[in-house]
Design a binder for this molecule. Sequence first.
Ligand code: 3H9
Length: 649
Amino acid sequence: MSISIAREGDIARVTLDNPPVNALGQAQREGLADAVAQTNAMDGLRAVVLHCAGRSFVAGADIREFGKPPEPPHLPDVLAQIEGARVPWVAAIHGTALGGGLELALACRYRVAARGAKLGLPEVTLGLIPGAGGTVRLPRIVPATQALQMVAGGKPVAAAQAAEWGLIDHLADGDALEAAVQFAATVAKRRDPGPVLARPVQNPDPAAFDALADRLTKRARGQHSPIEAVAALRRALTLPAPEAMAAEREAFLRLRDDPQSKALAHVFFAERGAARLDRLKGVAVPAPERVGVVGGGTMGAGIASACLLAGLRVTLLEQTADAAQAAQDRVTGILQDSLSRGVIAPDRHAALVAQFTATHDPTALADAQLVIEAVFEDFDVKKAVLAQLESVTPPECVLATNTSYLDVNALAATMSDPSRLVGLHFFSPAHVMKLLEIVVPDGVSDTALATGAALAKALGKIMVFAGVCDGFIANRIMSAYRAACEHMLEAGATPWEVDAAMVDFGFPMGIYQMQDLAGLDIAWAMRKRRAAEGKRPADYVRIPDILCEAGRFGRKAGRGWYDYTTGKPVPDPEVERVIAAESARKGIARRPFTAEDIMARILSVMQAEGAAILREGIASRAADIDVVMINAFGFPRWTGGPMYLRDAS
Ligand code: 3H9
């Protein structure tokens, strides 16, 4: 049974135990309803403490049930029974109380939370809104603007913040259950605040509420759930509670059937499923605690910072003392920035800085458990670095290359022990971007691979395993659609039309603005190297080279695909002239492209390349490709990703 009841004197303790995250499925709802009935029947009871076994309070409704018709008892009805119970219920919250889990806590008369707990209504990230009273109860406990932020923003808040807003009645420094039992013993002496639904809503600053509602609505760009969340909060502020509850439930059930929420549930499970690799079943390795990074440029400094932010000890190797100092400055700058943005607490900052060493002495890597090279993208340079690493690190130390395009099998073949080498392809900025491609060379050992995966987990990254090919999953698909876009330019489209079509589809930015932001010179240098190796396709498009030859390296140069002299990207007639001249030179008659034409072409190229990647075994699941495209390039999450779209159509 996932629900058990124990009585200690005048307090009953209801324990929910449904590993791994105590999700509320039909059995748990039924168990809770039974617990209300049983505790209502207990004589001489003062209060009921509700707590959960395992690492967390309830993480929400069971998402796996969303594809099926809802089965009674329904959560709103169970929560109404808890709210109306004969004695007050006290929620003891540890870990996370999310979605239906927080709604369960909101139906309790009091909430006690461990200081480390997090509380949130993340339904919006699954294309939903709360469906068990969250939008109606929350603004009766916390001010409406904060309620709106939680419901339509979807980000969980820390228990201390929740306590400031009045969402938590008691913050426990130690064990939440123990504190809740002590709290429960005092309920008789407290003023009963009454059932939440009977309280008035709090909207002390309607102007701030409206401003936030506008901001969140604008940010939604094509996604339905944030708009519905704003509407639900507005109803909660204006309608009587029962009507607002009924409207919330209707919207929740409607959104559950919306293709966007099905797509988002696909992404939720795909992101977790991508971390599974059959050959690693049963292979247990500890997460590395001492990590080396070679190369202190943007990528190396980002990787070092990601490791430091995860609490690891990092030694960064550079070639000279000056370069080591520059790397030190870069990393401390990133940590300082993380401090200012509240990513790290002030009391942790000094400890994280103390975990970092930048040096030009290779022997400093002698006790590293994993070393990641992030040096210049050149085969011979990386080969030399790996040889040096093999000589200074112990044989059990795993070596990783952060190459984006080089052949990892060929790199491994240059080593005396190729089984030590794994590919760890980070995305820039490495301390911010969530995705990590784990590249699996032919001869890599299970231990090296599992160590790469353990690092990814320790860094909180979303990992996807990729086989060895040119560009792995992300960059290979990007190269394919980038080429398709360039062909569309020659055939009649403009960069601004391509970008507008992508933004309209839901990308945060079009491919040309993205290239301008990253800088056009690095890709140009790579194209020149490839040309020198005879790797230039017959239908090569010269337009980006012509821009680079004119010094148009993107945003940092003030000009790229766009003109940035005003600070904003402005379409540039000069670029249109370059494009038209290239069309004429190749004898291509330019024709108009609609946004639909553009997106249809981009999608079909992504899907075709994805299919090839699957056929070749570079990715093991279509869903892995969706995870990559969403997290590397901002493919709109609520569409489910290119492969999901292909399979759903
Ligand atoms: C909702 O509540 C609607 C209500 O308003 C209305 C109802 C009427 N269901 O992420 P992890 C699984 S909507 C089913 O790797 P972590 C997950 O798939 C819901 N399964 O761990 C994984 O399984 P596996 C609102 C769930 O420590 C395992 O648990 N709630 C659910 O990194 C471990 O998960 C949310 O959106 C679920 N609700 O993170 C919260 N949650 O081992 C969603 C997790 O087979 N959950 N699983 O791969 C999370 O954000 C994270 O899982 C959490 C733990 C932070 C809790």
